[in-house]
Design a protein. Structure first.
Length: 152
């Protein structure tokens, strides 16, 4: 299998997307935080503040900063990010959808949004549950681009 980020000499490179067509592209990713602090998060009684609102903002910021964190990601125009956080029994489910009209997809931006939101939840609740974990981070779907639509 040929790797797009490796050149003929085996060295890392950024893929040239200049000749690709601009198209509307979306990606949705999900992940979850397994935590005993879910009740406090849902009740809004975490001492550091509104965990869900802070995690939502952090996830959006993470999506926008993806090329600063992932070496081969292209800086692209992120046109929209939605972050849904649902508190359940011992879990906070995080889903991010990112949209662009550009030459490359936004799967990494969606994954980064989920990861940063999950990390924020852990940061804000670590005093309540130092054993919290992040689980199941994955791309659920993507649309647009040369390879077309894909769904898990």
């Amino acid at each position: 299998m040929e790797l797009s980020h490796i050149d003929g000499r085996g060295q890392a490179r950024m893929v040239d997307v200049a000749s690709k067509d601009v198209s509307v592209r979306t990606a949705t990713a999900t992940g979850r935080v397994l935590t005993t602090a879910a009740v406090a998060i849902a009740d809004g009684t975490v001492a550091k503040g509104d965990v869900l609102a802070t995690a939502r903002i952090a996830g959006i910021m993470g999506a926008k900063r993806t090329p600063d964190l992932i070496p081969m990601c292209h800086p692209i125009a992120v046109h929209g990010v939605t972050l849904d956080l649902v508190v359940g029994d011992g879990v906070v489910e995080v889903t991010a959808t990112v949209k662009t009209a550009d030459r490359t997809g936004v799967e990494m931006e969606a994954l980064t949004a989920v990861c940063v939101a999950c990390l924020t939840i852990i940061d804000m609740t670590k005093a309540l549950d130092p054993a919290a974990t992040i689980d199941g981070v994955q791309v659920l779907s993507k649309t647009g681009g040369k390879s077309g639509d894909w769904q898990r």
